[in-house]
Design a protein around this ligand. Structure first.
Ligand code: XMP
Length: 536
């Protein structure tokens, strides 16, 4: 996507930076985030259509506070590049262009009323005829605007809420237009980008698809081959579909059935891959290998390591088989890397302290730790990552555009090690079979109740204990299963879902009646934190 000129967002560590990118993309304009200390040459390389400076936790006068990239203001001036500073971004501009920033007398945090100046360029639309509510979060404030600038909005408490210098194409807001609590926030961004900067809102999933197909074709060339590990998840499926559109059957997909999949999963996904998406895919039935290696292993991290290593071994074997067919190893490997993973791997300046609230470093750690589908490092493939610039919801939209069924695109996340981390303790085929049946009943009930899309993730967990029960005239000593359903927006924190009692009663009696060997069902009422979503 790099040859589409983006609106470039320089990240100074605000928890809302990704939201700025999303809001802009939602209006049909491609945006891209770079760390606030990016070099000028990196910025120029992207040939941005406009620049946005994000908010951030620092104070501009702190020692070591992140500043503008060297030479940025000269570049902006020479190109007449539209520039918008938000919160810390406004203070940076005020300081560097000759205004003044000070500690605020009243720290503004939360919803504030802003009074715009109707004669300003930024607020010159009917929508800003009167005052509006805006989201503020700052301890410093601009006390004097730089020469050439006009103060164009104040907050209720009288502090500076916006300034502009339309001739220089520089605008700045003390509040956050990207946050939905700001009324007209999207309109302010649109006004800056479309009306004042003349940027066309013509970025769509159709254009992303066309562009990606073109660039994959150029990169792979007329004869090279490409390998792809399909996990059965959304990202690898959409990535493979895109590459297949670009180069056809020079794509070779491998789907490994670890035996740790859900009820009839192999059958279902292979049907989708082959019959609906026409992907060239080999299914490797590796249940016996995985269960053999996992026999007697109870420790969750040991399970993850074994599964990761076995997966790589199998994938390498399959690559060798393909190499025999085509006469050489495929040159390229597809990966379904998404934009948030790319952003997370480069923490922004000003965001170095633990607990700064962005979650960026924390989530990066969780993913590397969890990344079981990791692929061989010593096979020297060149990577094709066609989703690298997209957020998850954009990947879904792209999948939809290419005919991937919507119910597949909306599936809950599923961990790489699969049911191995949902059978607590030792994994056996019979425990897995019980778990699969229970999971299927639970998920179907959630679907039937119309709740599937409201829930982030729902699952059954097999517990390594038996409890006493009674069936007919006899005592039983059967398994306990737990059910868990959570709501979340990103998996970092989660709340347990409050089903009504009738629903839980229905599911519990169906499980005990239909799944042999289960006589007790419990529902997990823990949030994350302190619990995690998975039990292992
Ligand atoms: P936790 O259990 O850490 O899970 O709250 C957060 C999210 O990550 C998923 N998860 C994994 N994903 N490999 C993965 O690919 C793993 O080992 C793994 N462990 C947890 C979990 O399902 C949830 O969506």
């Amino acid at each position: 996507m790099q040859h589409v000129s983006p609106v470039l967002i320089l990240d100074y560590g605000s928890q809302y930076t990704q939201l700025i990118a999303r809001r802009i993309r939602e209006m049909g304009i491609y945006s891209f985030i770079l760390p606030g200390d990016a070099s000028l040459s990196r910025i120029q390389e992207l040939n941005p259509k406009a620049l946005i400076l994000s908010g951030g936790p620092s104070s501009v006068y702190d020692e070591g506070a992140p500043g503008l990239p060297q030479g940025l203001l000269d570049y902006q001036k020479s190109q007449k590049l539209p520039l918008l500073g938000i919160c810390y971004g406004m203070q940076l501009l005020a300081k560097d262009l000759g205004g003044e920033v000070e500690k605020a007398t009243v720290r503004e945090y939360g919803r504030m009323i802003v009074h715009p100046e109707p004669s300003s360029k930024l607020f010159a639309s009917d929508q800003f005829a009167s005052s509006f509510q805006a989201w503020m979060s700052h301890g410093d404030e601009t006390k004097k605007v730089p020469p050439g600038f006009r103060l164009v909005a104040r907050s209720d408490s009288g502090s500076f809420a916006a300034m502009e210098n339309p001739e220089a194409k520089i605008f700045a807001l003390q509040f956050h237009p990207e946050v939905t609590h700001t009324e007209n926030g999207a309109e302010i961004l649109r006004r800056f980008l479309v009306d004042l900067s003349g940027i066309a809102a013509d970025w769509s999933m159709q254009s992303v698809m066309e562009e990606q197909i073109k660039s994959i074709r150029e990169r792979v060339g007329p004869s090279a081959h490409v390998l792809c590990a399909l996990s059965g998840g959304v990202d690898s499926t959409v990535a493979a579909t895109l590459v297949h559109r670009a180069i056809g059957d020079r794509l070779h997909c491998v789907f490994v059935d670890t035996g740790l999949m859900r009820f009839k999963e192999q059958e279902r996904v292979m049907k989708l891959f082959k019959d609906q998406l026409h992907l060239p895919v080999t299914c490797v039935d590796a249940e016996a290998r995985f269960l053999g290696k996992l026999a007697g292993v109870s420790d969750p991290e040991a399970k993850r390591k074994i599964i990761g290593a076995e997966f790589i071994a199998i994938f390498e074997e399959e690559a060798q088989k393909i190499s025999k067919q085509i006469g050489h190893l495929p040159e390229f490997l597809v990966q379904g890397t998404l934009y948030p993973d790319v952003i997370e791997s480069s923490p922004a300046p000003g965001d170095m302290s633990a607990g700064s609230g962005t979650g960026r470093k924390h989530s990066a750690k969780i993913k590397s730790h969890h990344n079981v589908g990791g692929l061989p490092k010593d096979l020297r493939f060149q990577l094709i990552e066609p989703l690298r610039a997209l957020f998850k919801d954009e990947v879904r939209a792209l999948g939809k555009q290419m005919g991937v069924p919507e119910d597949f695109l909306k599936r809950h996340p599923f961990p790489g090690p699969g049911l191995a981390v949902r059978v607590i303790g030792e994994i056996t085929k019979s425990n897995l079979d019980v778990l699969r049946e229970v999971d299927e009943i639970f998920i179907n009930a959630i679907r039937d109740a119309g709740l599937y899309d409201k829930i982030w993730q729902a699952m059954a967990i097999f517990l390594p204990i038996r409890t006493v029960g009674v069936q007919g005239d006899g005592r039983t000593h059967d398994h306990v299963v737990a059910l868990r359903a959570v709501t979340s927006s990103d998996g970092m924190t989660a709340d347990w879902y409050a089903f009504d009692h009738a629903f839980l009663a229905r599911v519990s009696s169906k499980i005990c009646n239909e799944v042999r060997g289960v006589s007790r069902v419990v529902y997990d009422i823990s949030s994350k934190p302190p619990a995690t979503i998975e039990w292992e």
